[in-house]
Design a protein around this ligand. Structure first.
Ligand code: TXD
Length: 313
């Protein structure tokens, strides 16, 4: 069986980490693409030279030409600029929208059957733009945010309870912004509802930290944003597609009536398998959680409208 081909559009902090994880997991051959000359080529060569030590034989190529992504099964898009301290994800809108337009043209022309995972921020607007510009079906264009946000939520709960992170199940839905929705009512620790194990005030604090977790890392790093955990999240999604896992993961997916919402991308549980986003999973939400999801959807719509004004401008 030929190995899968994974095209990483953007060879920066997340892109390089994606390539490393894909190689370590023998997920497929990797093409690192970037507009900075030498960056993808240098990272690819460095990763190849780790192969004898780590025991991976995947091909890893760095390039500045979209020709080299021809036949990609998966494209993971991180092309763009990251936040600096004091910036919101929305502040990246204008710059990154123009970049995503160029990326979408390259993918549409050279990898027309790829499953596309978008990370570039502001995520919900960028994944919307990429789907619009590629005209790919909704099953093949998805945004990565909820897997990361849920992992952050799970991490903080596990730390508080001093339990294994693998014992905490949680979903964070909605937009990838300050109004994301940690679904407390569905969060369990070893099957026990978290609200039986932690007081409401503590959960409030953990959920507030989850919403600001990206900014917390930006503030500490000062020169960029998180990259290990976003890369791990995107690789989990790519693995679910390439290995037909039918994993139910929180991702930014295109809604057409699910959760009472339509014609927008929003973080919801989806089943990812060989068919890409195979279905949206509608989970029970409390009235407050449903209201918060609708509020987050409103912000995503405003963000897309702002993006459209910038692109028209
Ligand atoms: O959960 C999430 N979705 C987010 C995603 C989590 C963390 C960071 N998130 C966002 O991913 C972040 O706000 C940025 O918008 C992207 C990429 O973050 P990264 O930390 O990888 O940024 P880098 O290191 O600056 O890498 C971006 C690369 C850089 O090498 C640029 O040269 C390249 O993108 N770039 C391009 N590549 C291809 N094509 C074009 N046009 C292009 N423009 C810039």
């Amino acid at each position: 069986m030929p190995r899968a081909k994974i095209a990483l559009i953007g060879a920066g902090m997340i892109g390089g980490t994606l390539a490393h994880l894909a190689a370590l997991k023998h997920l497929g051959d990797v093409v690192l693409f970037d507009v900075i000359d030498g960056l993808p080529q240098g990272k690819a060569l460095d990763l190849l030279e780790a192969g004898p030590i780590e025991g991976y034989d995947v091909l890893i190529q760095g390039t500045g030409s979209y020709q080299d992504i021809v036949g990609a099964d998966v494209c993971i898009v991180t092309a763009g600029v990251p936040r600096k301290p004091g910036m919101s994800r929305d502040d990246l809108l204008g710059t990154n929208a123009k970049i995503i337009r160029a990326v979408a043209a390259g993918i549409r022309q050279h990898a027309p059957s790829a499953f596309v995972i978008v990370l570039t921020n502001p995520l919900d607007a960028m994944v919307t733009l990429l789907k619009r510009e590629t005209s790919f079906p909704k099953a093949r264009v998805v945004g990565m945010a909820g897997v990361l946000d849920s992992s952050r939520y799970r991490t903080f709960i596990a730390q508080e309870l001093k339990v294994s992170v693998t014992s905490v199940a949680a979903m964070v839905l909605g937009g990838h912004g300050d109004d994301m929705v940690p679904v407390r009512s569905a969060c369990t620790v070893g099957g026990v509802p978290v609200s039986r194990l932690l007081p409401g005030a503590k959960l409030d604090a953990i959920e507030a930290r989850t919403r600001q977790a990206g900014g917390e890392i930006v503030g500490l790093l000062k020169t960029g944003s998180a990259f290990y955990s976003p890369a791990a999240a995107a690789i989990q999604m790519a693995d679910a597609y390439l290995n037909d896992r039918k994993a139910v993961l929180p991702c930014a997916a295109y809604l057409e009536g699910e959760y009472g919402l339509r014609d927008l991308y929003l973080g919801v549980p989806v089943q990812i398998g060989a068919g890409g986003v195979e279905r949206v999973v509608e989970m029970e939400l409390t009235p407050a959680e449903r209201d918060a999801l609708f509020q987050s959807a409103g912000h995503v719509r405003e963000l897309v409208e702002a993006m459209d004004r910038v692109l028209k401008g």
